[in-house]
Design a protein around this ligand. Sequence first.
Ligand SMILES: Cc1cc2nc3c(=O)[nH]c(=O)nc-3n(C[C@H](O)[C@H](O)[C@H](O)COP(=O)(O)OP(=O)(O)OC[C@H]3O[C@@H](n4cnc5c(N)ncnc54)[C@H](O)[C@@H]3O)c2cc1C
Length: 380
Amino acid sequence: MNFTLTEEQEMIKQAAKDFAHAELLPGVIDRDEKQQFPSEQVKKMGELGFMGMMVDPEYGGSGLDTLSYVLTMEELSKIDASSSVVVSVNNSLVCYGLESFGSEEQKEKYLKKLASGEIIGAFCLSEPEAGSDATSQKTTAIDKGDHYVLNGTKNWITNGNSASVYLVIAQTHIKKGYKGINALIVEKGMPGFEIGPKENKLGIRGSDTHSLIFNDVKIPKENRIGEDGFGFKFAMKTLAGGRIGIAAQALGIAAGAYELAKNYSKERRAFGTEIANHQAIAFKLADMHTQIEAARYLVYKAAWDKDQGNNYDISGAMAKLYASQVAMETTVEAVQIFGGNGFVKEYHVERMMRDAKITQIYEGTSEIQKIVISRNILKN
Ligand SMILES: Cc1cc2nc3c(=O)[nH]c(=O)nc-3n(C[C@H](O)[C@H](O)[C@H](O)COP(=O)(O)OP(=O)(O)OC[C@H]3O[C@@H](n4cnc5c(N)ncnc54)[C@H](O)[C@@H]3O)c2cc1C
């Protein structure tokens, strides 16, 4: 076993940290308050190669391993989870999905721009009646020979209004159930494609979440990803990797809140001494540190599994389940350590507590992760 990062991984981690402090930290409170999408910051992350980190340089990516991506997600999420979710969706859902399963023409046309950050993408699976139960797709893509006609509504789509390219899951052969589902590449501006109003959210408020409405949208056949009926498998395989990115986001939120709380505890005085000298506070920090380290090893292990070509269904699900729980618990305790200051915006931890919650919900809720884990362990 080797717990040491390579020189390259250390450099990437440092670059992400420097970027987060220089570019994400200023304005993070304001963007959260105003629900403002971090357009400028995303553009700069594209220039740094953060938007297509694992994509082959042939297609405009950085050609890095999953661990480098996870380290970047962790550092960005310590400061601004609204920005890191844009990175996560673009990298692990959109770029990964297209690079792994798209045709050469699709990679040339879409992946190059997505991986370089010239444009960003969205991944559209959830619907008003199909969340955890993603097989119940009501959106239809009816085969009309050389094209599909797309009708239906998608819910909760991250990058909903900021994306240019949308990977949309839809039912083509209703009688075949989940085996009749397809994944289609939809471009913003296609006639009949409307974007619903922005959601007013508890957390990750800087990210751009919308419903999408499709009314007789004509999608050329060459925009289908993979064989006819591959859409559900496409979604599940892509989400398995996406969970590692969200696990890293959760880890980053936890680590960021912990670092702030630790520093604060060494400055704030009560009863004649720094609050860190009260064992109740020191023990909170000990628990937080231990849980974050445990989450970190699960997240890095899942990334390592993916890089080794191992099955990462269970390690990704465990990483997301545990890291998101740690993110929630750590941020609640961080607010507690800050006392009244924890309850106001300028100290950041209240935002982190709000942001942490989503990591237990999207890309498969904690309950769904437990289904994935239990099915895997009971197979043997
Ligand atoms: C901010 C935000 C961004 C999002 N971004 C995207 C995106 O970009 N693309 C996208 O496709 N989706 C996105 N989603 C949707 C997200 O993935 C879903 O909200 C999530 O999968 C849960 O689905 P649901 O909301 O329909 O909840 P439901 O499926 O209705 O679940 C409700 C509750 O029941 C539990 N539950 C459901 N089934 C079971 C079961 N079998 N056993 C035990 N418990 C169960 C759930 O765990 C949950 O606690 C986003 C959501 C949010 C809030």
